[in-house]
Write a protein that binds this ligand. Sequence first.
Ligand code: NAI
Length: 267
Amino acid sequence: MSNGLLAGKRGIIFGALDEQSIAWQVAEKCVAQGAKITLTNAPVALRLGTIQQLAEKIGAEVIPADATSLEDLENLLTKSQEILGGKMDFMLHSIGMSVNMRKKRTYDDLNYDWMQKTFDISAISFHKLMQTAMKMDAMNEWGSILALTYIAAQRVFPDYSEMAESKSLLESFARSFGYHWAKKANVRVNTVSQSPTMTTAGTGVKGFQDFFDYSNKMSPLGNATSEQCADYCVAMFSDLTKMVTMQNLYHDGGFSNMGMAPEVLGL
Ligand code: NAI
C-alpha cells in the first residue's frame, strides 16, 4: 500500500546484495512510497549479488562504491545528485561485515588488522559517508540519515564477536554526528536496532538459526521481518518523524525490554 509518504524525495540506499537483504526491502518500499533513489554496493557485491535485478525492477541506477573509500563516496554523492536532480533527502547505511568472523577467528584470538578492517567497513564508513555528504553540502534541510544496528552493542551475545564493538561505534557516530547535522541543516541521524533477520550477513553469525528462534520466543511480538524493518525506515525518512534524532531505535518486537519469557523455558 502506498500513501506517497516519500513523494518528491531523493535518497541513496546502501547494502542491497540480494532479495534477502534488508536494504532490498527498504529500496522497494521507498520507491513504492514515491521516492527516487540510487542503489549502491561494493564492486565485489555487484558481481556476487543480484542488485541489478532490483535496479531493473524499481527503475533505479546502481553506482558502485566501497563505503570505506572517500573517493568512491564522493563519486556516489556527485552522481546521485546528477541522476536524481538535486540534493538527497535520505540515506540508508545497511552495511556490515566482520573479517574475523568470516575467517572463523574466536573472540579471544582476533587478528587486529582484520578488526580494523571490520570497524572501517561496518562503522567508520558511516562517519565517512556523513562527513563527505556534509562537506559536499549534499543533503537537503530536514533530511534523514539511518544506519542499521543490533542490540549486541548493548548486551553480550558471545558469537557476535567484534561486530558488537562495530555496532557500538556505529551508534555512537549516529549520536555524535547527529548533533552536527542538526545544527548544519536540521538533518536527523538515527540507528534502527533490528531483530535477527535471515540474510547473508545475519546467517554468517555462528548458530544463527538457534539464535533466531530464541529471539523470536523472547520477543512478545516475535522477530521483526525485513519488510517490517523497511516500513519503519520509510517512516523515519518521511516528514512524520522530523524531530527524532540521535536515537538508537529498537525495532525488535519488544526483545530489548524483556527479562524472562516463559516461552523460552517451555512453560
Ligand atoms: P546483507 O549481507 O544482505 O547486507 C550487508 C551488506 O553490506 C551487503 O550488501 C554487502 O555487500 C555490504 N558491504 C560489505 N562490505 C561493504 C563495503 N566495503 N562497501 C559497501 N558495502 C559493503 O545483510 P543484512 O542483514 O541485510 O545487513 C544489513 C545491515 O543490517 C547490516 O548493518 C547488519 O549488521 C544489520 N543488521 C542485520 C541483522 C540480521 O540479523 N541480519 C540484525 C540487525 C542488524
